[in-house]
Every structure is written in C-alpha cells, then in structure tokens.
Design a protein around this ligand. Structure first.
Ligand code: SF4
Length: 389
C-alpha cells in the first residue's frame, strides 16, 4: 500500500524525495504526520481491496463471513458506494494477472516488504505480490484522484520489488519483475518492467549511497517542485526559501521583453515559486490563528455571503405573503455525470449509460513537455486550409 501503516524513516513512498533531497527525511521528523481524510479514505479502500482479493484467491471464507466483513467496512463513515466499483476494478486487474499464468501462481496481499538490506531500517507494505515461474508482479493500488503515477522507473515500486525479491528469491527463480500501479478513480493503470540485474545495479549504485546520507541527515538539500510538493517541511524549509528567493531575484531583474527560450525555464521555476508562496501563506495563517506572530501579517475574517438563518421559515413567510408562488422558490437542477456515477456505482453506470457519454476536447492548457498527453495546436495545417477553400 502506498501509505505505509507504520512508517519507516526512509519510506518507499517518499523515496523520490529522500533519494534526491537527502536531509528531507530527518527534517520531516520534526513535523507530525497528520493523517488526512483522503489518506483515511484510501486506507478503507485498501481494506476492501484486500478483503476481495483474499476471498477470491487466497483463503476463501464462507459467503456469509465475507459479506459480514464487507458490510462492516461499508458501515464506516468514509465509505462511499463508488468504492465498490473501484475496488472491483482492482480485483479485475489482479484477476487478469493471476489468470495469465498457466498454473496457479503464488499470491500474497498486504505483504510487509523489508528492503533494509539496501536502505537502513527500510520497509513498506506491498498491496499484492504474485509470483509464477520466473516472473514476479508487484501491484500497488492508489485511491487518490491526483496525477497519474507511472510504474516504470518508479523508486517506490522498485523498493517494493527489492523487498519482495529479498523475501522470495530463494524460493522462486525470479528474473523479471513487473510493477503495476492501479488508479481506478482516474482510469489509469500502468505497468513497468525491470530485470533483477538491472534492479540490483540501481540498488547498489543509487539507493545505497543516497540512503546512507539520508539516514544520517547528511547530503544535500535539493529543492524543486517535485521534491518539495509532499514534504512535511515545505512550509518553513530554509533551502526551499533561499532557492525561491534567489530565483525571484534573478527572474524579475531580467529585461521586460523575454524570449520564448527564456520563458520556458522561468515558467518551470515559477511553478514552485507559486506553490511555495501558498505554502507560506498557509503556514502563516495557522501561526497567527494559534496566537503566534508573523511580522506584517494578521488573520481577519474572509468574505462572507448572506444566508437565511432558517431557510424553511423564510420560505414559509414568502409563501404566506402571497407574493411568490412556492414552486418559484426552487430550481430543478440535473445531477452531474459524476454525481450520478457516484449514486449508481461505476459498473452499473457503465452498463446503463456507456453509450450516452461523450467527452468533448478539454480547454487548452499549458503542460510540461514530459506530460504524456499529445500536444495540440489551434493552427490549421496548410493541407486543412486547402481543404476548406
Ligand atoms: S522542502 Fe524541499 S528542499 Fe526542503 S527538505 Fe523538503 S524536499 Fe528538501
């Protein structure tokens, strides 16, 4: 699972940060790891996934016991009907891998994966590990709705693979590791492959030396949009502040007419500048609200919108006044597609309405060149111009 139940200092999920910005792991220790509702929701979805995979492939319990356990999870506050569809999709994905083998493979779920042979005290929890012949699959379910996460080259997945390899290499002749990330809420499943020699070379050349520095709190601070985004120290980290202030100085000293060549890199830097400024605002507001001082700043009441103290009573007065017909007080509004999908569940929605769904092109938006989407242009080609004429 992406969120380690009991965190290792050098967790797999934060590897893309501490492998680059070494001291971040020790610096983060000073900040509480506040579990958000999103993380709790993710944990619940993971529990449902685990129950379903176990029931289908590992230890079949009676249908009544399974139902009872599922019902207990469905009664939790953060449960939503759509979770059933998403966890079914995960189950389908796992089934696809299991049924791809000629004979039943070995399957483990919610497996503690110890990679402390390469990272001091390193361990994590793999959602599902499947082994058959010389191939091992490591699957990670992500319940977030954020950005799609690639499995290929993903340090978190490679560390899970290292832990799984340590556990199973003496039992199975594993040569090839297939890493999978399943993100059903954004319809994104991704697979990457790594061979054992390649993985070991990365562990020795990259992970071991950087993990040692990170564990000791040594090495370099390397702020960037990617490394700082989820760092718990991001609000008050001095290295990030210095880098951004330096960038701000340089960028705004430049002459007014910039070239496209200059704008490209500035836009990339400005993204973190923007994120950093809003992190600082968030921190300062918390500080002043809790009685602290941030020179030059105070907390005030934000904009507020008028509303009826008691809507039913206000409507009753209006209806009694005879000035407005009661039906004029209400607007009949259709639910959005997403709301209906939530109401029905993903599977039922697809069965019933798949033919009725269209996806118009999205509004043009600027994206970094590494983005997987196809580039678009509003300029017509000479051929198209000719056709129109
Ligand atoms: S905020 Fe950025 S630079 Fe500072 S420790 Fe975290 S990752 Fe490193």
């Amino acid at each position: 699972m992406s969120q380690e139940r009991k965190h290792a200092l050098l967790s797999a999920s934060a590897a893309s940060r501490w492998l680059i910005c070494h001291p971040s792991a020790r610096l983060e220790e000073q900040f509480p790891d506040a579990a958000s509702d999103y993380a709790e929701e993710g944990s619940l979805a993971h529990e449902i996934c685990e129950l379903k995979v176990r029931q289908n492939f590992i230890k079949k319990q009676s249908a009544a016991t399974f139902k009872k356990k599922l019902k207990a999870l469905q009664e939790k506050d953060l449960y939503q009907k759509e979770m059933d569809g998403y966890t079914d999709e995960y189950l389908d994905y796992v089934s696809g891998i299991v049924h791809g083998f000629d004979s039943p493979p070995y399957i483990a779920v919610e497996k503690r994966l110890d990679y402390s042979h390469v990272v001091p005290e390193g361990f994590g929890t793999g959602d599902c590990v499947i082994i058959g012949g010389d191939v091992m699959h490591v699957i990670d379910f992500k319940y977030g709705k954020g950005v799609p996460v690639k499995a290929e080259g993903n340090p978190q997945m490679k560390l899970y693979a290292a832990g799984a390899l340590k556990e199973y290499a003496f039992l199975y002749p594993i040569k090839e590791i297939r890493m999978h990330i399943v993100q059903p809420r954004i319809d994104y499943n991704n697979e990457g492959v790594i061979y054992v020699e390649e993985l070991n070379a990365w562990l020795n050349a990259v992970v071991k030396p950087n993990a040692e520095l990170a564990f000791k709190g040594e090495g370099e601070y390397r702020p960037s949009e990617e490394t700082c985004r989820f760092c718990r120290a991001k609000h008050t980290c001095r290295a990030r502040s210095e880098q951004n202030l330096e960038l701000a100085k340089e960028d705004f000293k430049k002459p007014p007419l910039l070239t496209a060549e200059e704008i490209g890199p500035i836009l990339k830097q400005a993204k973190d500048l923007k994120a950093w400024a809003s992190d600082l605002e968030e921190w300062a507001l918390k500080e002043v609200l809790s009685g602290g001082t941030v020179p030059g700043w105070k907390a005030v009441e934000g904009r507020s919108v008028r509303k009826f103290a008691d809507q039913d009573k206000a409507f009753q007065i209006l209806a009694c006044s005879g000035m407005v017909e009661e039906e004029m007080l209400y607007v009949r509004k259709p639910h959005t597609l997403s709301e209906i999908e939530k109401m029905l569940g993903k599977k039922e929605f697809r069965e019933l309405l798949a033919d009725q769904v269209v996806k118009p092109p999205g509004k043009p938006t600027l994206a970094p060149e590494e983005d997987e989407r196809e580039p678009i242009t509003l300029q017509t080609s000479a051929e198209e111009d000719f056709k129109e004429e």
